[in-house]
Ligand binder design. Structure first.
Ligand code: WTA
Length: 635
C-alpha cells in the first residue's frame, strides 16, 4: 500500500564540505563499497578483528543451511565483553558512558567504570534469583538508566532479554511474556511523560495475571507513587542492589557467537507479534561498524539517539553500539515538548551534543512550533544529524538541515529494520545527499528493487526492496517459529535466496534509493511499527465488535494515522459513545500508539472470495481515489 504520486526531487543535491569529507572515518564510500563487494567475508573479518573475542571463529559465514545463516562460527564472545569489560581496563573507565536526564530535570551520569559495576551488581542479583544462561528475561521500563543496566546484565549472564516498549499495554505485554516464557520481569513503578505518570507497574500487575508464567518482578523506583507490591513475587531493585550478594564484580558468561543476545518483538502481518532473534557475535560486529562509519563516531563525540531503548533503534544505537565504541550516549526520559517545545534544543546546548539521531515524525512535530524555539539555544556543537523509522519528507529534511543543522550538518537518513539489526541503506557523512533519499547501501550490503517475479524494475519504478546477500546482524529466526521466519522473509524469492524487506522502493537515475513505505499489512504511525492485525484483534476483543479492518491513511505529522472499520454484533448500534469506548479499549489493550484516529461502523467489509479483507479498497475509498481492480471482490 505504497503512497501514490510521490515524485522524488532528484535535482536537489546537498554536498558535504571538504573538511567533513577529509575528517570522516570513511572518506571514500565508493572505494570501501567496492572493497566489501569483492570479498565480503574478508571485509567482515577485518571489522570483527577490531573487537575482543575470548576465542576467534573457525568459519566466517556458514551458509550450508539457508536461510539460517551463521556468522563467526566457533567464535566465543559476549556483548558485555566489548561494551563494558574491555573499557574498564583502559583510561576509558573514567569516560562517561551514559548521560541521563529525567523529564523532571534530574540528572545522572555513569562513567564506564560505574556502569560496569552497576551491571555486575545486577548480574549477580539476577544470578542469585536463579536466572541462567538461556533464560529469557522480559524488561518493561521507562527511559531510565536502569534499562541499559538491565539489558547489559542480561547479556553478561547470557540470558536473552526481551524488551517490551513501555508504551504498550497489558495484552501486548502479556502476549510477549507468554511467547518468550519469561519467569523474571523487570519494570519501574512508573515513567514520566509530559509531566504525568505512566503507571507501568499497574499494567504489569494486569499482564502478569493474564500470563502467569512470571514468578519474579523486579521494580525500579522512578516516580514514587503508591503501587501494589505482591509479597514473594515483587522486589524493589534498590533493595536487591543493597544485598551483599550484589557484589560489583561478576563473571561474564562466555557465549558462542551464535548464542542469542535478545528477542525483540515487532509487528508482522498477523496479530501474533514476531520475536526477532539477534545473537552476540554478528550483531556486535555490524552495529559497531555501522555506527562508527555512518555517524562517524569519534572519541570526543556526544551521541544522542533520541529513540526509546524499547525499540531496535534504542537497542542497537542507544545501548549497544555506542558502548562497544566507547562513546558517550545520551538518554532523555520524556517528551520533546515538555515543559516547552525547546526541551531538546536545551539538551543539545547543555551537553554539547555533537550528533542527534531521531525520527521524521519528531522533526515534523517540533517544526510546528517554529524557528524561535531552536533559535534560543546554541546548537553549534552539532556536526551530524540523522533520521530513521519512515521516509522523511523533503520539507522536514530541509528544516532539520537549515534550522537545526545551520546548513553545516549532513542529514543521515538511515533505512533499516528490527530484522536487519543495523543501518542498511544510508549515506556516510562523505556522501552527496538528496532530501528524502536514504542514498545507497552500506558497504557489504547488496540491495535491489524487483518485481513479483524477481526481475529488476526500471529506473524510477516502484518495486519490492530485497537484500541479496547475508550480513552479520541479520535476523536469525522468529523466536520459536522457524516456519514463520521462512515464510515471512524468504519464501517469496526462495529461488534467488533474497531477503524480502516488505517495503516498496525505487531507484533514480543517479542510483539513489527512495524507500516509499510498507507494502504489507504493517503500519508506521509516528515511526512506530504496528500490525493492522494487532489493532483489529484489539477491536474484536471488545464485546460490541464482530469484525474489523484497519488501514493506514497518510497524515502530515504522524506519517500515517489509523482508520478502523467495524461491523458490530447483532443488536448493537454505532454511536459516538461507542467510538470513544472502543478507542479507550484499544488504548488499554494495545497501547496509546494503536488508537485509531477514526472508527467507522459499517455493515460489511470488502473481501476477496477467499475471505481476505481488501484493505486496498478501503484505503482508496478513504482517500477518495479510484477503487482499482475489483475482479476478486466477493460482493
Ligand atoms: C521503515 C526501525 C524510509 C520501513 C529501524 C521499514 C524507513 C520499517 C526508514 C522498519 C527510512 C525505517 N526511510 N522508511 N530511513 N527507516 N523505515 O522494524 O518501512 O521499527 O521496513 O525498524 O520502518 O521498522 P522497524
Amino acid at each position: 500500500m505504497a503512497e501514490q504520486g510521490f515524485t522524488p526531487p532528484t535535482s536537489e543535491w546537498y554536498r558535504p564540505s571538504a573538511d567533513m569529507i577529509k575528517g570522516a572515518n570513511v572518506p571514500d564510500y565508493d572505494a570501501v563499497y567496492d572493497l566489501a563487494r569483492q570479498d565480503p567475508e574478508a571485509f567482515w573479518v577485518k571489522r570483527a578483528d577490531e573487537l575482543d573475542w575470548y576465542q576467534k571463529w573457525d568459519q566466517v559465514l556458514d551458509d550450508s543451511n539457508k536461510p539460517f545463516y551463521k556468522w563467526f562460527v566457533g567464535g566465543k564472545t559476549n556483548m558485555a565483553l566489548n561494551a563494558l569489560d574491555r573499557h574498564v581496563t583502559t583510561w576509558r573507565r573514567n569516560k562517561l558512558a551514559i548521560i541521563w536526564e529525567g523529564e523532571d530535570g534530574e540528572k545522572i551520569t555513569l562513567s564506564y567504570w560505574r556502569l560496569w559495576q552497576e551491571t555486575n551488581k545486577f548480574a549477580n542479583v539476577l544470578r542469585s534469583m536463579g536466572v541462567k544462561k538461556g533464560d529469557r528475561v522480559t524488561i518493561y521500563m521507562g527511559r531510565v538508566p536502569e534499562i541499559a543496566i538491565a539489558m547489559l546484565a542480561c547479556a553478561k549472564i547470557g540470558a536473552p532479554h526481551s524488551v517490551v516498549y513501555g508504551g504498550f499495554s497489558e495484552q501486548a505485554l502479556a502476549s510477549r511474556i507468554d511467547d518468550a516464557q519469561s519467569k523474571v520481569l523487570i519494570t519501574c513503578d512508573g515513567a514520566w511523560l509530559r509531566g504525568k505518570i505512566v503507571p507501568l507497574k499497574d499494567t504489569v500487575d494486569e499482564a502478569v495475571t493474564r500470563s502467569p508464567v512470571v514468578e519474579t518482578v523486579i521494580v525500579v523506583k522512578r516516580t514514587g507513587q503508591e503501587i501494589n507490591m505482591q509479597a514473594g513475587r515483587d522486589y524493589w531493585y534498590h533493595d536487591l542492589m543493597a544485598l551483599p550478594i550484589a557484589k560489583p564484580q561478576a563473571d561474564t558468561e562466555v557465549m558462542d557467537a551464535e548464542d542469542p543476545l535478545f528477542i525483540l518483538y515487532t509487528s508482522g502481518t498477523t496479530g501474533k507479534p514476531k520475536g526477532v532473534l539477534h545473537t552476540h557475535g554478528g550483531y556486535q560486529v555490524y552495529t559497531a561498524t555501522t555506527l562508527k562509519w555512518v555517524f562517524d563516531i569519534k572519541e570526543e563525540d556526544r551521541w544522542w539517539c533520541a529513540a526509546d531503548p524499547g525499540w531496535i533503534t534504542g537497542h542497537s544505537y542507544i545501548v549497544y553500539a555506542p558502548l562497544i565504541l566507547g562513546a558517550t550516549s545520551i538518554i532523555y526520559e520524556g517528551a520533546p515538548t515538555y515543559p516547552y517545545p525547546d526541551r531538546w534544543w536545551q539538551i543539545v546546548a547543555d551537553y554539547g551534543v555533537t550528533i542527534l539521531y531521531t525520527a521524521p515524525t519528531a522533526i515534523r512535530g517540533l517544526m510546528r512550533f517554529g524557528e524561535a524555539w531552536p533559535a534560543r539555544h546554541d546548537l553549534s556543537s552539532l556536526r551530524l544529524l540523522g533520521t530513521v523509522g519512515e521516509p522523511i519528507n523533503p520539507e522536514a529534511w530541509r528544516w532539520y538541515h537549515r534550522v537545526i543543522g545551520e546548513e553545516r550538518c549532513p542529514i543521515i537518513d538511515t533505512w533499516w529494520q528490527t530484522e536487519t539489526g543495523g543501518f542498511m541503506i544510508t549515506p556516510l557523512p562523505s556522501v552527496d545527499l538528496k532530501p528524502g533519499s536514504a542514498t545507497r547501501p552500506f558497504p557489504g550490503i547488496e540491495v535491489d528493487i524487483v518485481d513479483d517475479d524477481g526481475a529488476p524494475v526500471g529506473t524510477n519504478e516502484d518495486g519490492n526492496l530485497v537484500i541479496k546477500n547475508p550480513w552479520p546482524s541479520m535476523i536469525r529466526t522468529v523466536y520459536g517459529d522457524d516456519d514463520r521466519f521462512i515464510s515471512q522473509y524468504w519464501e517469496k524469492y526462495r529461488d534467488q535466496g533474497w531477503y524480502l524487506a516488505g517495503d516498496t522502493a525505487r531507484r533514480d537515475e543517479d542510483g539513489y534509493l527512495w524507500v516509499i513505505g510498507r507494502n504489507d499489512d504493517v503500519l508506521k504511525v509516528s515511526g512506530y511499527r504496528l500490525g493492522t492485525a494487532e489493532v483489529e484483534s484489539g477491536l474484536v476483543s471488545h464485546s460490541a465488535v464482530a469484525e474489523s479492518a484497519v488501514i493506514g491513511v497518510p497524515d502530515e505529522l504522524r506519517g500515517n494515522k489509523i482508520f478502523a472499520y467495524c461491523i458490530l454484533v447483532e443488536g448493537v448500534d454505532g454511536s459516538d459513545v461507542l467510538e470513544a469506548e472502543l478507542k479507550a479499549h484499544i488504548r488499554h489493550e494495545v497501547g496509546p500508539i494503536a488508537v485509531p484516529a477514526q472508527i467507522e461502523f459499517v455493515d460489511n467489509l470488502p473481501k476477496t472470495r477467499s475471505g481476505k479483507i481488501m484493505r486496498r479498497v478501503l484505503k482508496a475509498k478513504a482517500l477518495g481515489q479510484p477503487l482499482g481492480d475489483l475482479s476478486t471482490l466477493e460482493d
